[in-house]
Design a protein around this ligand. Sequence first.
Ligand code: IFM
Length: 719
Amino acid sequence: MSNLWLISEDSFDPSHQHHQETIFTIGNGYLSTRGAHEEGYPEEHRATFIHGVFDAAPISVTELANVPDWLPLTVHLNGERFSLTSGAVESFQRTLDLRTGVLTRTVRWRSPQGDTATIVLERFASLADPHTLFIRCRVTPEFAGAVEFRAALNGNSDNEGLAHWRWLGQGRRADVLYLHNRTRQSKIEIATAMKLAAAQGEELAREVWDAENTPTLSLTMRAVPGQELIVDKFVAAFTTRDVASDRLTDAAVDRVDHVAGWPHALSDNAAAWDREWQRTDVIIEGDDEAQIALRFNLFQMLVAAPRDDGRVNIGAKTLSGFGYRGHAFWDTEIFMLPLFTYTAPHIARNLLNYRRHLLPAAREKAKANGFEGALFPWESADTGEEVTPTWVPHFADRTKLVRIWTGDIEIHISADIAFAAHQYWQLTGDDPWFIESGAELILDTARFWASRAEWNAARNCYEYTDVIGPDEYHDHVNNNFFTNRMAQWNIQAALDALDWLKANAPASAADLIARLDLTEARLAHWREVLEKIYLPVHPSGLIEQFEGYFQRKEVDLAALEPRTQSIQVIFGIEGTNETQVLKQPDVLMLLYLLRDHYADDAVRVNYDYYNIRTDHTYGSSLGPSIQTIMACNVGKPDEAYEHFIRAVRADLHDVRGNAGDGIHAASAAGTWQAVVFGFGGLRVTPQGWSTRPRLPKHWKRLAFKFYHRGKLQKVDLRV
Ligand code: IFM
C-alpha cells in the first residue's frame, strides 16, 4: 500500500518550478519557506515569509517582505558545482513527508567531468522551536578527492524585484555567522544566524567569507568512494516583532549555538507534528487520492497557522507565495476558521484576536465612509487599514488598468467576522473570551450595519445598495441577498449577545453600552432595521442573488465545454457582469452559513438554480468545497464528489494555473469542511452534536476529531 503521508515528484522541470515551490512549502506557524532548491535556479520564486513582517509596496500598499534567505547550500564535487541543469541527473526524487514536515531530495548526479555522487538534502522548519531551521546534506561520492559545502545567509532577497531589506551589519561569533537587516519603511529588523557542522567525514578545510549581505561558510571534506559525508546547516531567525533590537543578534546567535544537533531537533519536531496530527488528521479509507490530498491541505493550513501570535492573520495564499501579498480576506473567517475552531481552538482564538486588536482601524474605515461602528477592510495586513489595491493591471492586457472595487464596497466581511466570532464562542463555550473580545466584535459590526442601512420609503424597507457580494463577477449591485441576510444575522446576534452579557457579565455589558453608545433608542433602531431589511424570497423558495439578477443574460455553461479559461476571461469583465454566470455561488454560501434557518426544499430549489450557473472550475476556488456540502444536503452524492475532487486538487493539480502564487488557503481549509460537514454531516446545535453520513460510494471509512466545549470528540463512520 502506498504511503498516504507523502507528496512526491520524480523530476525537475524548470518550467513548473513555481507550482512545485508552492507544493513543497514547509513551515511552522511562524514562517514558511517555498520549496525552491538550496542551490538556486534562474526564474525561481524562492521565498521565506514570516507572519507580520510587512513592508510598504507600490499598488498593494503593503506586502509580506520576503525575508533574508536561509536556504543557500551548494555542493561542489572536486570543484564542480552541483546543479540539476548541468552534468547528468541520473535519478531524482523529492518527497514531502506530511507527517513531520521534512522535505527530502535525493539526486544521483554526474558532474560534467564525470564525478558521480548521491546527494540527499533534507530540510525542516522546526515546529518544536519555530525560530530554528535545519538542512542536512548527505553526499556519497563514487570518486576520490574532495567535496566542498558552501552555506550562506543571503540578505539580497526581494519580492519579485522589489528589495525590502537594508543591510545593517553582519559578523561572526565563534563558529556562528550572523546577518542583520531592516525593512525599508516598516523598520522591522531581522537577525539570522547559522553554523555548519560536519556530522560525518573528514574535514579538510574551513573558511569564512565575509561577503557583504551574504556571509558564507565553506567546509571541505575528503571524498572516499562509498563513504557518506554528512553536513548540517543550522539557522535561527528572530525579528523585532519577537525581541528588542538590542538583543536581536544575540537571540539568533544563542539559539543556533544551543541547537542540540540534528537528531534531537528532528525528533522534537516529529513529536510536535505528531501532537498536531493527533487532533487534526482525517482518515479516509477507500480513496487514496482524497486521503493524501486532504492531508496535504491540512498540512498547508497547519504550517500557516499562528500559534503564538494574536496580531497576525493567515493570508489568502498562506505564507507560501507572493499572491495577494500576504493580505487576509473573509477567507479566514468563513473558510479557515471552522477548521481551527473545531480542531485547534487556541489558533482560532489567535486569529479572532487579530480582528479584535484591529477594531480601531475598522472604526476608522466606517467613519471615513460616513458610518458608525466597525467596517473591516476587504484586504487586511498589519495595521487593519484597507489595503486592497485600487487599480491593478488587466489580466488580458497588462498595459491597461482595472479598477478594483472590493475594497470600497465588498462589505459583507464585517458580518463574516462577527459570524466566526459567534461560531467560536458557541462551539468552545469560551465565555471569558466572548466577554472580553467577541461581544465587542459582534456589537460594533452591528452598529455599522444599522448605520449603513438605507431607508426606502416606497418599499417600506431597509436596503444595502451599491455593494459586491461574494460572487465578484457582479459588482455595484443592490440588495445582494448574502449581504442583506448576513447584516440581519449580525444585528440579531448583537442584540442576543447584549442580553446574554446583561445576564452573565453585567459589568462588561455596562461598559460596552457606555463605550459603544448602545442607548435604548439605538437598539430600537437596530430592531427596526432587522425587521425591515429587504430580503425577498420567491414563493418557491428561490432567492434572487441581487436585485435584477434574474434579468441578466442566461449562458449555457455546458455548451462552452471543454474550456480552459474562466468565464471572465472569455466574456470580459463587463460582459460577464451582464450574464447570470457566477464566480462563486453567493446564495448557496448564505444557505450554508444559515442552514438551520432554511427548509430543505428551499435549499434544493436554490441548489438546482445556481449550481448550473456557477463557473466551478475556473471561477473562485472558494466555491467548490461549499458546493460539496450543499450537494450533500440535497442528496446528490455524485455531484458532491465532483465538487470535492475539484476543491481538493486545486493546488496539487494546479487547476487554475496560478498555484505558483501560493496555496489557495480557503479552498484547502474548505475541504476539511466539505468532508466533515458535507460527507460526515456533522451538525452542532446547543443541544449537542450529531452526524448524518453521506459518504461517497467508494469510501469505506471517514474518521475525524473535533473539540466541543473543551472536550475532544471522536467520529468514526464506517460503511
Ligand atoms: O476572498 C476571495 C474572494 O472571495 C474571491 N477572490 C479571491 C479572494 C481571495 O481568496
